[in-house]
Design a protein around this ligand. Sequence first.
Ligand code: 5AD
Ligand code: SF4
Length: 433
Amino acid sequence: MKFYIHTFGCQMNKCDSEHIAGLLLSAGIQPSNSPKECDIIIINTCAVRKKPEEKLYSLLGRLDSLRKKKNVFIGVVGCVAQLYRSKLLDKNPFIDFVIGPDNYWQIPRIIPTQDEEKFISTSWSRDWHEISYAQTIRESRISGYISIMEGCNNFCSYCVVPFTRGREKFRAIENILSEVKDLANKGYKEIQLLGQNVNSYRDPKTGKDISILLKEADLIDGIEWIRFITSHPKNFTIDIGIAMKETKKVCHQLHLPVQSGSTSVLERMNRGYTREEYLKKIETLRNLMPDISLSTDIIVGFPGETEHEFQETLSILKKVRFTNIFSFRYSPRPLTSASKNKDSVSFEDKKRRLIELQALQKKIQMETNKSFVGRIIKVLCLGKSKRDPHVYSGRNEGYQVVNFKSKNDVIGQSVNVHITSYGPYSLFGQIAQ
Ligand code: 5AD
Ligand code: SF4
C-alpha cells in the first residue's frame, strides 16, 4: 500500500506532514510521489487566509473525479479539517476521514483498517502529544523542522489560528533537545524551531523559556545554524535578543510580523503593541546585533484601514528596511471577531495598496541586495537551483536565497560565496577560492 500527502501552508504544516508520513511508514505504508499511483491521499490544509482554502476546494473537485476512476482512500487533515469538521464530509461525501491538527497520532490506527465508516477526529487535548520522530520522513536532509509548541492564545481579531490549533501547549524541553541531537547525528546542518508563537514557550516541567532553549540547543555539536519562527512582537523580550547575540549558532535573523504600521489598526487587530513599541524593539535588536536580518508579515485592507493608516505601513517599511516581507490582502475568516465587521476596504483598494507596498519593498530589497556585491558570505547549500542545474542554491545567515556557481557538488555544505550580482529576491555569486 502507498500514500501521497499534499501540503498547503506554512512550515508548521510541512513539519506536520513529515510526521504524518513517518506515522504511515511505521504502519507499513510506503510513500509515493504520485497521487495517481497511491492508495491513500492525505491533504494537509491551511485555513489562515481565503486563498489556500479555495485552492483546497478546487483540489477536492479533482480528487472527486479521480475517486470515480480509482479506489483511493482520501483524508483531509489540518486547519480546514478542524474548522469545518463534519460539514466537510457533508459537502464532499467521497472524503473518508477528517482529522484536526491535534489528532495526527490516530492516523496509523485508522488507515490500515480502511473502514467503511467515516472517521472524524477533531477533539482538543490540553497537553502535548509526543509523536515519535524516529521514522519522520523529512523533505530536506540538511535543514530540519522541529516543533516546540502548538496553538495560540492571542486572538488577533483577523486570525483563525486560535480556532484551528487551539490554546498554546508546549513540548518538553528534553524531547526537543533529543530531536536536535538526533538531527545532528544524522548530519543535519540547520534546525528551525517551530510554533505559532514560539516566544511564549515554557517547558511544562521546569518553566525554562525560549532563551534558555536556544542556549541549550546551541551546545549541541554538529548543527551550524539555529532559527526559530514565529515570534510575536508583544512576547519578544530582551532575554531572547541577548540569547541570540550570545549564542554561536542562533542566526542573527528574525521574522517579526508587524501586520500594520498604524497604531490604530494594530489596536483594532488586537495585536497588543503600538507602532512605537514595535520600532523600539527593532532598535534594541539592532543595537544588540547590528547585522540582524529582519522579515515581517503585513496585511493590507484591514476593515476600516484609511489611506493615512496605509501610508503608516509604507513608512514603517522605509524605517525598518526589512530584508524580506510576506504581504497579504485582508480576507475575513470564520469565527474571528474582525469578520463581524464589514469588510469595508474595496477589493480594488486592497489590490492597489498591495501593489504599492510590494513595489516599495522591492526597491528596498534591490538596495539592500546591492550592498552585498563584492562581499564573501557564508552560505548553507540546500540543493540545486530550480531554473539552472549548473547553479547551486542555498541561504545565508540572514535567510536570503543565494544562487552560486561551483565546480564541485557542495550540497549540504557551508561554503563561502563571493557575491557578484543580485536581484530583488536573491543574491548571485561563485564559490570563493
Ligand atoms: N487575512 C489576510 N491575512 C491574514 N493573515 C492571517 N490572517 C489573515 C487574514 N484574515 C496573515 C498574517 C499572518 C500570516 C501567517 O497570514 O499576516 O502573520
Ligand atoms: Fe494568529 Fe495572532 Fe496567534 Fe499569530 S499571534 S497565530 S496572527 S492569533
